[in-house]
Design a binder for this molecule. Sequence first.
Ligand code: GH3
Ligand code: MG
Ligand code: MG
Ligand code: MG
Length: 335
Amino acid sequence: TTEDRDNNKHPPQEENISEIAASEPALILIVDDDMFMRKILVRYLERENYRVVEAADGLEALKLYQEYQPDMILLDAMMPVLDGFECCSRLQKLPHGDHTPILIITALEDRESVDRAYEVGASDYVTKPIHWAVLRQRVRRLLEQANLRQQLEAANRRLAVVVKELQRLVSIDGLTQVANRRCLDEYLEQEFKRSSREKVPISLVLCDIDFFKNYNDNYGHQEGDLCLQAVAQAISKATNRPADLVARYGGEEFVIVLPNTDQEGGMNVATNATELVRSLQLPHGYSKVAPYVTISCGVATLFPHQHTQAINLLLKSADRALYVAKAEGRNCVRQ
Ligand code: GH3
Ligand code: MG
Ligand code: MG
Ligand code: MG
């Protein structure tokens, strides 16, 4: 079907880079002003198969964080220049900072320090002297959680892409690629309300291919489909404002919604559309009005003072005008 073919136009989504990199050992930033402490942490974590970088104070930590984008940070609380708490709160404000687990390692055991650590955004807290078996589990757990979160976010992003594509698919006509009836109804309703609120006119153009039954009967249904596609494209070129909407209304009928457009504007767009279709010069040997495919258009405009009227009256009015256009010879525009 056309829908299947259309799907191939969209390349598969790029895989999330962080997921591909996830097989690498995690990179941990160790921040401590005590060189001896850093060394034993480095040695221990390297033995646990992590990759590590070291910073001797808070400022250096901020710099290295941005340079290396580590998966996790072990942060000493008491340090000169910039202490662990201040460093932690600044890290939160950097890109992805609030997603990178921060484990505070400190000799401070008072309640105030613990509270403060969590307040500035630390993920967890362990005290010195280090209980290595506990540290090991906390590091693992925090990395696992961060990894899960990343996967969830990647899945959400993919889902958002799928939803967007589905929204597109449910609102376009598979054959002609213009808006479908469902989309038209929603848009009409919305723009009708808006024009009523803003006290501006709104116009509708109803376009119908002339002697299309003859076209189908003589050239075949497939040629008829190609003709519909070409006509839809031509009609789309007749509009120029982003708010204008071209939709397939039914078999060989199209509606152009023209918000904030008066009668004259509606007539201009309809005349343009008629001219654009005519100049395609698609041969039509069975039309009684021209040797090529033409359309007729009915135009209807709703003025601000008429806004008590319902939107389907506007469609009805365009339909009546189309009937007149057909009766008065086709290949023309009436209102
Ligand atoms: P008029 O000038 O009065 O509009 O005459 P007409 O023959 O165009 O009008 P009518 O409504 O009798 O014919 C519409 C035809 O459009 C009938 C049907 O064969 C054709 N049609 C409707 N939908 C499709 C479609 O999706 N594909 C094709 N190929 N033809 C379609
Ligand atoms: Mg210290
Ligand atoms: Mg028709
Ligand atoms: Mg027709």
